[in-house]
Each structure stands twice: as C-alpha cells, then as structure tokens.
Design a protein around this ligand. Structure first.
Ligand SMILES: [Fe+2]
Ligand SMILES: [Fe+2]
Length: 277
C-alpha cells in the first residue's frame, strides 16, 4: 500500500453518502489532547512540524491550536465508541446538510486513508469531527476563540468564519481528550491549511472538498484524480481550486493561505531545481 506524498495510490476513490450540533462549555482545556499522538511516523512528522512552527511561520490563531500537538506515546483509543458518541452529538450540533456533509467527509476520508496508507480510524474520526463548530456565527466564533485563548490578528477578522476549524479543534480536544493530537491538528487545519501539512491533514482538507454531496461541477476534476495521484498533488489541486474560487467571487483570502501557497510553490521550485541541476 503506497503511502503519502510521493507514492501513487492503487485504487480509485469511491463515493459514499451519509448524514451532525451545540454545547459550549468552559475554556482552556485545550491542552487536554496535547500529549497524545498517532503512530510512530506521525509522531516523527509532528515533532519536525512543531519545530518548524516555532520558527514563526504560523499565525497566533493556528499556534494556539497547534500548540497542543507535541505528541508522545500512542494511546489506545476506542474509535468506534468515539464515532458513535460523536454522531449523536453532531445530530444536535449541526443542521441537516452539515450533518450529512460531515458523515460524507468521514466516509471519504476513511477510503482515502486506506488508499494513501494513513490510519483509517483517525481519518474517519477527524472527518466526522472536522466541522464540529460549523454552526456558530462569526460573532459567536470570535467569542469562542477568545474563550479558548486564540488570539486573532486584525487582518484575520474578515475571515472569521474560518475560525470554526480552530475553535472546533479546541472543543473536540476538550470533548474527547483521548484523541491523538494529529486528529486535533487535522481539524484545526481544514480551512486555511498550513505550510507543513501532514498526510492526515491533507486527507481531511481534500475529503472536505471532494465528498460527493458537494454539487459544484468544479470539483469533478478533483474527484477524478483522488486516489490516482500522490496525496500532496491532490491537496495542492484542492487548495488551488479554493483560492481560484475565492478570487473569482471576490472573497477574502485568509492570510495564512498565501503563506501556505508560497511555501509549497517554493518547495516545488526547489525540487525542480534539484532534478535539473
Ligand atoms: Fe469546515
Ligand atoms: Fe466541511
């Protein structure tokens, strides 16, 4: 089974369909999930990424969440129990389509995980939980972010809706402290992404876009390459499609997204230079 960035998966991505709610509690239990990780590979990646993060390539809002991702010993998580519990809670937290979308992302993320050699259960849970805070308004998200201690530079206010990723990650870490940090990170990065996406991060980002309940025709080319190209290529195509969509519709772009794009482009240039030298 091929894994990750440079391997090409063997199977097509399938299509599945499926079906998600409210709870605010208190604050600052963000670190609850901070000392768990996924598997050895993820732990290694996570460490490298934490080091990069400390170089200052992330904004305050992401750092607040990624701060949780330190990672030590793997833990025994009953993913099936978490899935069942989360499904029930999401039915209260999310309205109709959003619930169905979350389940669909979960299904697709699990399938993609199998194809790309990523932990199937972690992808399934991260997919299900990725929009945990999606039903909040911008004002509610801003208040929630403040409660979680997420600081927000002024230029990020125009994209407050994207905060549901960071606040959702904090809330999920509080709700399910047994979950490994890689799942929390994947939830936190599913809107604006990050310059150092893990395989699980890229699966959740991409699955969020290509899940079959989304009807936009512009997604069809992405679906057609899912499972056939290396995971990083799929992620970058999805990311590019998002940026193009935002520009076409004269929407704001999250400042982090420019950093992400430039980082990946610089890496591609370096790779090209390396192969032609
Ligand atoms: Fe989302
Ligand atoms: Fe979503």
């Amino acid at each position: 089974m091929p894994s990750s960035r440079n391997s090409t998966p063997a199977t097509d991505h399938p299509s599945n369909v499926p079906q998600a709610s409210a709870e605010p509690k208190t604050r600052n239990r963000q670190t609850a999930a901070g000392n768990k990780t996924c598997n050895r590979e993820a732990a290694t990646e996570s460490k490298a990424r934490s080091q990069q993060a400390s170089v200052g390539s992330k904004t305050c809002s992401q750092q607040a969440v990624i701060h949780q991702v330190s990672g030590n010993a793997p833990s025994n998580v009953d993913y099936e129990a978490v899935y069942r519990d989360a499904r029930k809670k999401l039915e209260q937290r999310l309205t109709g389509f959003r619930l169905l979308h979350s389940i669909s992302v979960s299904d697709i993320a699990a399938l993609m995980a199998n194809v790309y050699g990523v932990d199937f259960e972690q992808a399934r849970i991260a997919g299900l939980l990725h929009d945990w805070d999606k039903n909040y308004t911008d004002d509610e998200l801003l208040a929630r972010a403040a409660d979680f201690g997420i600081t927000l530079p002024e230029q990020h206010l125009a994209t407050a809706a994207l905060l549901h990723a960071q606040t959702g990650a904090c809330a999920v870490a509080r709700e399910y402290p047994e979950l490994p940090a890689c799942i929390i990170q994947a939830i936190a990065r599913h809107t604006s992404a990050a310059p150092d996406m893990s395989d699980l991060d890229m699966i959740i980002y991409s699955a969020d876009m290509i899940e079959p309940l989304r009807s936009q025709s512009s997604l069809q080319p992405l679906r057609s390459i899912a499972g056939k190209v290396p995971l990083e290529d799929l992620f970058l195509k999805c990311f590019q499609t998002t940026l193009e969509h935002l520009i076409r519709r004269h929407r704001f772009i999250h400042p982090d997204s420019l950093l992400v794009w430039n980082t990946y482009m610089a890496r591609a240039r370096n790779r090209e230079a390396g192969t032609t030298a």
